[in-house]
Design a protein. Structure first.
Length: 104
């Protein structure tokens, strides 16, 4: 099927282009290559613009309500200092102790 396409005038199989003029190909491909490079640059520029615009419009910590961090939790009552209603208090459970044994 494709054999007729790849046979040259001398009856041999040919897979390369019959006429190669590198200088002419450079001239013909320069415009499309520059166009593709321009599209990539515009895309990267649009993404950067969008990122910086989002950062600029983001609310500051003062506007969104800063979260206070407790650096030393033991000074405020330590572990379990959060008050919960009596019906939601967790029950204390003793962990199961597993003693490893060696089987011979």
């Amino acid at each position: 099927m494709f054999e007729d396409f790849f046979i040259n005038t001398k009856g041999r199989m040919v897979l390369s282009a019959p006429r190669t003029d590198i200088e002419r190909q450079k001239q013909r491909h320069l415009g499309p290559l520059l166009g593709m490079a321009l599209v990539v640059l515009v895309g990267v520029g649009a993404i950067l613009f969008w990122m910086f615009d989002e950062v600029e419009e983001a609310p500051s910590p003062a506007e969104r309500g800063a979260v206070e961090q407790v650096l030393n939790p033991s000074a405020d009552g330590g572990e379990g200092s959060v008050e919960t209603p009596e019906e939601q208090k967790p029950e204390e459970v003793e962990p199961d102790v597993v003693v490893p044994t060696v089987d011979n």
